[in-house]
Design a binder for this molecule. Structure first.
Ligand SMILES: C[S@@+](CC[C@H](N)C(=O)[O-])C[C@H]1O[C@@H](n2cnc3c(N)ncnc32)[C@H](O)[C@@H]1O
Length: 311
């Protein structure tokens, strides 16, 4: 299988400003595209600690990097970033943390993972398919109101009420067990719109984000990432939808401003915990037209970079 070029690769390497002897954490290992490029920029004493919650990603990574002593790969959710980094044996500060959020190409492409309405498969959608309820289990139990809320909030789906009603009516007849069934239920509940976009796109996005607690995970990881960084260390985050990017943007801005309670007061009167911890490095970085042409999945990617300030 041809390896995919990782999204915004040059921009991530520039954002991380890789030091040959540095220690880096790739908290979203995937198939290791970014990790491999970071390793290539490191010297013999540099280290990468990589994390993924997907058992397939970790198994493939252990295979591919079996002969790479500078990489430690751990399975877990980056909501527990600090603990995972320590579990990987990294005890000092890091020079960079990368989060390339969302799902990987293999997760989307393999029908059995149940992320895609393009191919029929079991309605799973879990990145860690060995724990927590699958999309099918959640949909079998959730109340109509809860489904409306998830579709509206996480999918920005304006037909959330109609779709939730159709789901609840359908599951009385038979359990919704496959991606094909769910896609057909959504398609029959809403008028066709947004040319070129399947009517179930937003529903699948919303359920995926909910089942994987994606926003909660990012919210938990960001402050831990900052705490793990050495002064001058870089935080790079790639988001793929506006809810995620908004969260990252607000977090970085907040950390770059410090506690507003002390705004305008002389520096020496501001306690350490209230001082800014980050400095923004440039604005939002989007892929070039050439990258999007070569890899359409890069089209909605947004990279934000920030640097850890001295305490
Ligand atoms: C977009 S892919 C990363 C691709 C990777 N940068 C590469 O170059 O191959 C995102 C990966 O992050 C993982 N992931 C997403 N959320 C996670 C979380 N909360 N904890 C751990 N891994 C997560 C997914 O399982 C997926 O493999």
């Amino acid at each position: 299988m041809a390896a995919h070029r990782p999204v915004l690769l040059d921009e991530v390497l520039a954002g991380l400003s890789v030091k040959p002897d540095g220690r880096y954490c790739d908290a979203t290992f995937g198939r290791g595209g970014h990790a491999a490029a970071i390793l290539a920029a490191l010297g013999p004493t540099g280290r990468v600690c990589a994390i993924d919650r997907d058992p397939d990603a970790v198994a493939a990574g252990r295979d591919r990097f079996a002969a790479e002593p500078r990489l430690t790969l751990v399975r877990g959710s980056f909501g527990g970033l600090a603990t995972l980094v320590r579990a990987a044996g990294v005890d000092g500060e890091l020079q960079g943390v990368l989060l390339d959020l969302g799902v990987s190409s293999p997760q989307l492409d393999e029908a059995r993972r149940g992320f895609s309405f393009m191919q029929d498969g079991p309605l799973d959608m879990r990145m860690d398919n060995e724990s927590g309820p699958s999309a099918a289990q959640w949909l079998s139990r959730a109340g109509e109101r809860e489904i409306v809320d998830v579709l509206f909030r996480l999918g920005e789906e304006k037909f959330s009420r109609r779709i939730a009603r159709a789901i609840v009516a359908a599951r009385v007849e038979a359990p919704i067990a496959t991606t094909g069934q769910l896609a057909a239920i959504v398609a029959s509940a809403v008028p066709t719109r947004e040319p070129g976009k399947h009517p179930a796109t937003r529903t699948f996005q919303a359920i995926r984000i909910h089942v994987n607690r994606e926003l909660e995970e990012v919210e938990a990881a960001l402050p831990q990432a900052v705490s793990l960084l050495a002064p001058g260390g870089r935080l790079c985050v790639i988001s793929f939808h506006s809810l995620e990017d908004r969260l990252v943007k607000r977090f970085m801005r907040r950390e770059a401003q410090g506690d507003p309670v002390y705004a305008g007061l002389p520096d020496h009167t501001v306690p350490a915990h209230a001082r800014p911890r980050l400095q923004l490095v440039g604005g939002a970085v989007m892929p070039t037209a050439a990258e999007v042409a070569a890899n359409p999945r890069a089209r909605s990617a947004v990279l934000r970079v920030a640097e850890r300030l001295a305490a």
